[in-house]
Design a protein around this ligand. Structure first.
Ligand code: NAP
Length: 346
């Protein structure tokens, strides 16, 4: 295993979120970092995380990514930054566009600025499939975040800036698996927007493994796209019904909602033309901009066209593979009613 993060000081914006906490866990388990700074706004989430991890290497900073000065001082002495802070609920961003723009776009610009000013070695912006041919403001702001990050390579001499793009992971708030668990525990009716739908199906643990790998491999200017497998929504429904439902469990078709796509897309048809390097775990999208370090590094690599990469043309797991994956990640465990979390649509 590489020692890239050994003895390093790392700052994670949005470190108290689900991706941030798993990243913290893996950094501590796989490397020997000197310090991990968790940068976020909410005091209670930080208190809870401090108690949960109980590790003196973690330092907690209350701060907003909108606050340029706070980021500037927080990044002093930092080697690596993972930028995960975001407003990410589709309807929330839609109803509060100014706020989404301030956090997701201006916030990313501030993180980039703080990295350049502090000679941070690498900054990884964590992005989403929603940024691809965006249908909603959340996706638009994340696409802008990617552009700001990639372009920063032309301004910086000492910092490498790259993005990693993944789809929703299993069980993330607002995704279908926790929604189905909640419905099985309450109404016993599973609501499916469209039976033709496919969804990426990947664990948070695997996604964070790939975030770390992208950070290790990046030279600047790439978008690392996780090669996630997928499932038809009906296979997920069937497995959950068979394992957790009863003879009265029903499925209702409710129609596709605003901002939803039938298939999730991780590489658009235009991005997928002539600029892709297949790196096993990732499709790497090379930058449109001329970024010297990237141009030199990838000069000897085979560049291919893949067209659109989506949850229909990726590896689609069969029903038994889906069942196995759901089981392995605890989503078929018996439902304890009090423990079913609130779900939000994102
Ligand atoms: N969830 C997924 O499946 C998924 C898939 C692909 C990509 N992503 C991306 O991964 C990142 C993390 O997602 P997640 O699911 O871990 O989100 P999450 O659980 O909602 O966590 C968001 C984090 O950002 C912090 N935050 C929000 N606004 C902030 C601000 N203005 N300044 C500083 N911190 C702020 C939150 O803490 P406070 O509210 O206390 O500040 C929290 O720590 C996001 O950028 C998201 O777009 C997620």
């Amino acid at each position: 295993m590489s020692k890239m993060f050994d003895n390093a000081t790392i700052l994670i914006t949005g470190g108290t979120g689900s991706w941030g906490q798993e990243l913290t866990r893996q950094l501590l388990a796989k490397y020997a970092p000197r310090e991990i700074r968790i940068y976020s706004r909410g005091e209670m989430k930080q208190v809870d995380m401090r108690l949960k991890f109980n590790n003196p290497k973690l330092k907690f900073i209350i701060g907003d990514v909108r606050d340029k000065q706070r980021l500037l001082t927080s990044c002093r002495g930092v080697d690596y930054v993972f930028h995960m802070a975001a407003l990410k609920h589709v309807p929330v961003c839609e109803e509060n566009p100014e706020e989404a723009i301030l956090t997701n776009i201006i916030g990313t610009e501030n993180v980039v600025f703080a990295c350049i000013e502090n000679n941070v070695k690498k900054m990884i912006d964590v992005s989403t499939d929603k940024a691809v041919d965006p249908l909603n403001l959340y996706g638009v702001t994340k696409a802008c975040g990617e552009k700001i990050t990639i372009a920063a390579n032309q301004k910086a001499t000492n910092t490498v800036f790259s993005c990693v793009r993944g789809g929703n992971v299993m069980g993330s708030r607002g995704s279908i698996i926790p929604l189905f668990r909640k419905q099985l525990a309450t109404t016993n009716v599973l609501t499916v927007t469209d039976e033709r739908m496919t969804r990426f199906i990947f664990s948070l643990q695997d996604a964070i493994g790939l975030v770390l790998k992208s950070a290790e491999d990046s030279v600047g200017g790439e978008i690392f796209v996780m090669k996630m497998p997928s499932s038809t929504v009906m296979d997920i429904v069937t497995c959950m019904k068979e394992e957790l439902g009863n003879s009265k469990t029903r499925t209702d078709m409710i129609g596709i909602r605003y901002g939803e796509k039938l298939d999730e897309v991780l590489v658009s048809k235009h991005e997928g033309m002539d600029r892709i390097v297949d790196d096993g775990d990732f499709y790497i999208i090379l930058p449109f901009l001329d970024i010297e370090k990237s141009r030199k590094h990838y000069a000897s690599k085979k560049v291919i066209s893949i067209g659109e990469f989506n949850s229909r043309n990726t590896k689609v797991l069969n029903k038994e593979e889906v069942r196995k994956l759901l089981k392995k990640n605890g989503f078929l465990d018996p439902i304890v009613k009090e423990k079913v979390p609130e779900v939000y649509f994102n």
